[in-house]
Design a protein around this ligand. Structure first.
Ligand SMILES: Nc1ncnc2c1ncn2[C@@H]1O[C@H](COP(=O)(O)OP(=O)(O)OP(=O)(O)O)[C@@H](O)[C@H]1O
Ligand SMILES: [Mg+2]
Length: 602
């Protein structure tokens, strides 16, 4: 949707913030057909809604007839006057109930289909490989999840039913008009065409202006969203006044655009009221003459005028609904794009069962890998590496050497270009990725904390863990002590992305999470960010606890970590350049010895 796009694309001070994106063109209406699988599940409700719609239209079209009878017969002294009023009242009540029932049914379907669509898109997104998110921005996915599904909801939950009702109203009204008075019908058609056609044109312009004004509003939130996320930086550079001005400009531009729309809409309302009433008064005037001349009854005239109003109303609503339907067609098309996205990494038809070893074994054999977005540079170049059961291997190497890439391949976020990676002797491509990942625990470079409390954040590692197990994991990771000192202990909310705890504390929670998962293979990506000596020692000891008794592959940036490893593998430019025990590598005096001489920053 255009709103989301503009939020995502808005860079710092980008001119596009002021200009806004081009309005989304209406797309093929046929795109709506893709919604059918979601509607089909609620066939019965659709049928009920349709029947109610038909019944409501029939009742609506009989109201003017009842009114006609009332006027023609209800006023004579000897006629059963009460009966006519009762009938009219009864008719109105039935109509009300039918309309309410239809409204409920249709809104229910709209809400249901939207909820189903949201869940479907979301779970589809959860299954996508990282490659997908390299090309699709998460902001865009979010805006489709909220914005586009809301458009679909408007159309399924109201516009289509309103449109159908108006169509019935229009068609039925025309027939009844012709039946009531053919001559007046002909005159009315000409008059209404004269009124409605210009109104539709103005309506289109109003719609364009209102889309423009929505884009402007999206711009203001794009500007605000970006800046509010970076308040400390804004304040550090004392850009508050400048940012306020920038926001002012977008707000003013959105105000100006809203006023343009309102002006057009006011003019349209005036024209509509004058035009429609003018036409009706004119027809009334002609009809009154016919009534005086005795060629038409007063009731017929009243019924005629009511039908004319119903017909004109039907046309107006149809014109309005059309825009919604077209926008929803575009939204549906975009949602279907997301729904049809196939993850690049999938389980084979008959995945192999992973042999259960108490400690994992990993082999890289002649692994060559290029990131899909960078096909010319090899991120990993003919890697041969065996990691035995229970072994601790440290990966070191300069930034960009391919260390994290090795982890990505082990978790099978990407498939190797050539060569093979085996886990417990099985080619990763023959495994279900979920089964594989269930055997791997990872502590990433930047610890990820969800906006929940400490307890739930640790339990993310194993949702079946008991409270005692969660506490034990926290103790092993040396996280227990600081958690106990938090205001509500384990139930302390850690803030969005864990902003309420320190970097070292975040890492220890991530370590506790990995310990709780208790995987046969542990992947540790040591944080590069410098911690103070004490927190570092704590994190180190936490890591040691996590490594105990399992195969571990650790990307190390600190000499102290490296020295605890059984073996060191030195990577540079995607290749293994040295391998051996810390002492051996020191003696060789190669890249490792050079890196180690700087102590840290490996
Ligand atoms: N998603 C990606 N698409 C394309 N290229 C990538 C992608 N991720 C990493 N790279 C490139 O692959 C190379 C290896 O990256 P990798 O993340 O494995 O480095 P690293 O050894 O973990 O470095 P650091 O110590 O800085 O974390 C780098 O040149 C990097 O620019
Ligand atoms: Mg890395």
């Amino acid at each position: 949707m255009s709103q989301g796009d503009s939020q995502v694309s808005a860079g710092i001070g980008a001119a596009s913030v002021v200009e806004g994106p081009a309005p989304v063109p209406s797309r093929r209406i046929g795109a709506l057909a893709a919604l059918w699988p979601y509607l089909r599940r609620y066939r019965m409700r659709l049928l009920v809604a349709f029947l109610l719609l038909c019944a409501g239209s029939v009742v609506m079209l009989t109201v003017p007839l009842a009114l006609r009878d009332l006027i023609d017969k209800g006023f004579s002294a000897n006629a059963p006057m009460h009966g006519h009023f009762m009938a009219l009242f009864g008719l109105a009540s039935v109509w009300g109930v039918i309309v309410a029932a239809r409204y409920y049914q249709v809104s229910w379907i709209g809400e249901r289909v939207t909820a189903d669509l949201r869940s479907a898109v979301y779970s589809r997104m959860l299954g996508q490989s990282p490659e997908f998110f390299e090309t699709t921005q998460t902001g865009e996915v979010l805006s489709r999840l909220t914005g586009d599904t809301t458009l679909v909801q408007t159309v399924v939950g109201s516009s289509i039913s309103m449109g159908l009702r108006s169509l019935f109203q229009f068609a039925g009204g025309m027939v009844m008009l012709a039946a009531t008075s053919a001559k007046l019908f002909a005159i009315t058609v000409v008059l209404l065409l004269g009124v409605v056609i210009p109104l539709v044109a103005i309506g289109r312009r109003v719609r364009r202006l209102s889309r423009e004004s929505q884009d402007r509003i999206a711009d203001t939130s794009a500007v605000a969203g970006e800046v509010l996320n970076a308040i400390p930086t804004v304040q550090a550079f004392t850009h508050e006044a400048w940012e306020a001005q920038r926001y002012d400009r977008t707000v003013e531009s959105s105000f100006a655009s809203a006023i343009r729309r309102t002006r057009m809409r006011s003019a349209m309302t005036a024209a509509m009221i004058a035009g429609v009433f003018g036409a009706i008064v004119f027809v009334l005037w002609l009809g009154a003459q016919a009534v005086v001349a005795g060629t038409m009854s007063a009731g017929d005239l009243a019924a005629f005028v009511m039908y004319a109003v119903l017909t004109a109303g039907g046309v107006g609503v149809l014109a309005e609904v059309w825009g919604d339907v077209m926008r929803a067609a575009g939204a549906t098309e975009r949602l279907m794009e997301l729904l049809s996205a196939e993850p690049t990494i999938r389980a084979p038809a008959a995945p192999q069962v992973l042999p259960e070893l108490s400690q994992a074994r990993v082999e890289f054999e002649q692994v060559l890998f290029h990131y899909p977005s960078r096909p010319l540079t090899a991120a990993l170049d003919h890697i041969d590496l065996q990691i035995g059961e229970g072994e601790t291997v440290a990966l070191v190497g300069p930034s960009g050497a391919g260390k994290t890439t090795l982890f990505q391949l082990l978790l099978r976020y990407y498939d190797v270009g050539s060569g093979v990676i085996r886990f417990n002797g099985v080619d990763l491509r023959k495994l279900d990725p979920q089964a594989l990942r269930a055997h791997i625990g990872i502590v990433p470079q930047d610890a990820v904390i969800f906006s929940a409390d400490a307890y739930d954040n640790i339990r993310y590692g194993n949702e079946h863990a008991t409270e005692a197990e969660v506490m034990a994991a926290a103790r092993a990771a040396l996280a227990d002590e600081f958690i106990q000192r938090l205001p509500q202990g384990y139930r302390t909310f850690l803030g969005e992305r864990g902003v309420r705890i320190s970097g070292g504390q975040r890492q220890r929670i991530a370590i506790a999470r990995a310990i709780l998962k208790n995987p046969p293979l542990l992947l540790l990506d040591e944080a590069t960010s410098a911690l103070d000596a004490e927190s570092e020692a704590l994190v180190q000891r936490g890591l040691e606890a996590a490594m105990r008794g399992r195969t571990t592959l650790i990307i190390a940036h600190r000499l102290s970590t490296v020295q605890r490893a059984d073996r060191i593998v030195v990577l540079e430019h995607g290749r293994i350049v040295e391998q051996g025990s810390p002492a051996e590598l020191m003696a060789q005096g190669g890249l490792y010895a050079r890196l180690a001489s700087f102590q840290i920053a490996l």
